[in-house]
Design a protein around this ligand. Structure first.
Ligand code: ATP
Length: 448
């Protein structure tokens, strides 16, 4: 099968936001109360999409490898964690304030004039801390202040010893985690690209000092390939090394995997060489020994850490934007999302030719057979043509149609391919194998 081509190269963000809302991928949060700025709720298809993104990441990182284990740490941790990690003192963005309307902007995001009022009278930059603060327990005083985690990584560092001793992993090994993080971003925006509550997929890879640069290169390549493997077009991805003045306080070197979003290049993932910064900071602040005795090298050291850190929401947006296409003219026009089968919210749709008593039992039987093995959807409303279009628009790779010939003659069904729109007839006995083969062919055609 040849790689899937697109009729349109790039779409605009409004189109994606409109489709996301219309088809139940993503809704404005608190919509019935007028909405809460830059917070979003995932609908029935969006939750499947994001879940698939996270599951494919978890599979590639944890299930398919011997050297990485998973964990799930608490969002609330002792404030000492954030003191030691540097987040309380230095997790800040420089802000400038418009002298006319007093709106604040991130210094690195602002143009020459205020987006709101057009004034060019900006203040000198001031540091603004991005941590979300709240109180633990009934008393709202300074002693009860607690923070929502701004990254999942620290939950891993503070459990390094627990995980290493219980799994008896030897260096090099990694710990992966997926979960919510919170940052009081000054300029959120671009739909689900930058929000104040978001999900991260982070993996901390503990390695021997001196091997860190090699592992850094390895994880940069791995990350870039991961997006291509799941269907993002190679020409829409690039790796960008950070300049020295962009590096976070903990990093010896960082590179971003970027995607060309409708508004331009944006970061999907950062792969950082965090050195021994975090473990040493926690050793010093907690007094616990987090060093490792390497029995091969017969030496004790504090491991270095290489971290691929990816956003689940941003990735879901990139998968949607990249899959989007409009094909054909007039009545043949269709919107189609060319999702990779492992990313698509629905893998197989089962569609009886029409809503009819004669077809219904067979169609349900086929649906039960299909849903036992694939993420499936059943739809018997409206004309078959419209249902194909609806499945194309949500990116369902395959549709299975049950018709009168199925019940009256051959006990066979039609499989329709989303990308080529070709149809083949297969006996129900061989349906599962035929669907597996077809999905494999689409997986291959989706390689970016
Ligand atoms: P940016 O510069 O875009 O604000 P960052 O460099 O601060 O992001 P990291 O700290 O490297 O982000 O976090 C790792 C990943 O987490 C990012 O690549 C991104 O995918 C995701 N992420 C970070 N902040 C947000 C956010 N506010 N909204 C959605 N995803 C985010």
């Amino acid at each position: 099968m040849s790689p899937i081509s697109r009729t349109i190269e790039n779409t605009d963000l409004e189109t994606i936001v409109g489709l996301a809302k219309r088809r139940g991928f993503v809704f404005q949060a608190s919509e019935i109360y007028g909405g809460l700025g830059s917070t979003w709720d995932y609908g029935p298809l969006g939750v499947e999409l994001k879940r698939n993104v996270k599951e494919m990441w978890w599979k590639s990182m944890v299930r398919d490898r011997d050297d990485i284990v998973g964990m799930d740490s608490a969002i609330l941790q002792s404030p000492e964690v954030w003191k030691a990690s540097g987040h309380i003192d230095s997790f800040t963005d420089p802000l400038v304030e418009c002298g006319n309307c007093h709106r604040r902007y991130r210094e690195d995001h602002v143009g020459d004039t205020c987006e709101h009022c057009g004034s060019s009278d900006f203040s000198e930059p001031r540091q603004f801390n991005l941590l979300f603060k709240t109180f633990m327990g009934p008393v709202e005083d300074e002693a009860a202040v607690i923070y929502l985690r701004p990254e999942t990584a620290q939950g891993i560092f503070i459990n390094y010893d627990n995980v290493q001793t219980t799994t008896r992993k030897r260096i090099p090994f990694g710990i992966a985690q997926i979960g919510k993080s919170f940052r009081n971003e000054v300029t959120p925006g671009n739909f689900i690209f930058r929000t104040r509550e978001f999900e991260q997929m982070e993996m901390e890879y503990f390695c021997k000092p001196g091997s860190d640069e090699e592992w850094h290169r390895y994880w940069i390549e791995f990350s870039d390939n991961w997006f291509k493997k799941f269907g993002i077009r190679g020409e829409k991805l690039r790796v960008r090394e950070h300049e020295a003045d962009e590096l976070p306080h903990y990093s010896k070197g960082s590179a971003d995997v970027e995607y060309e979003f409708p508004w331009g290049w944006g970061e999907l993932e950062t792969i950082s060489n965090r050195t021994d910064y975090d473990l040493k900071a926690h050793i010093e602040a907690s007094g616990r020994d987090l060093s490792f005795f390497d029995d091969e090298a017969k030496e004790r050291y504090v491991p270095f850490v290489v971290e691929p850190a990816m956003g689940a929401d941003r990735s879901a947006l990139a998968f949607m934007a990249d899959a989007y296409d409009e094909e054909g003219e007039g009545k043949d026009k269709r919107t189609v999302l060319h999702f990779h089968p492992d990313i698509a919210p629905v893998a197989v749709a089962v569609l009886p030719l029409s809503r009819n008593e004669k077809l219904a039992p067979k169609a349900r039987e086929v649906y039960d057979l299909v849903r036992a093995h694939f993420n499936a959807q059943f739809d018997d409303t409206q004309s078959i043509g419209r249902r194909y279009r609806r499945q194309d628009e949500i990116g369902t790779p395959l549709c299975v149609t049950v018709d009168f010939q199925t019940v009256e003659e051959d006990n066979a069904v039609t499989i329709r391919d989303r990308d080529s729109m070709e149809q083949i007839r297969v006996p129900i006995d061989g349906l599962r194998a035929a669907l597996e083969d077809k999905l494999d062919a689409i997986r291959e055609a989706c390689q970016g």
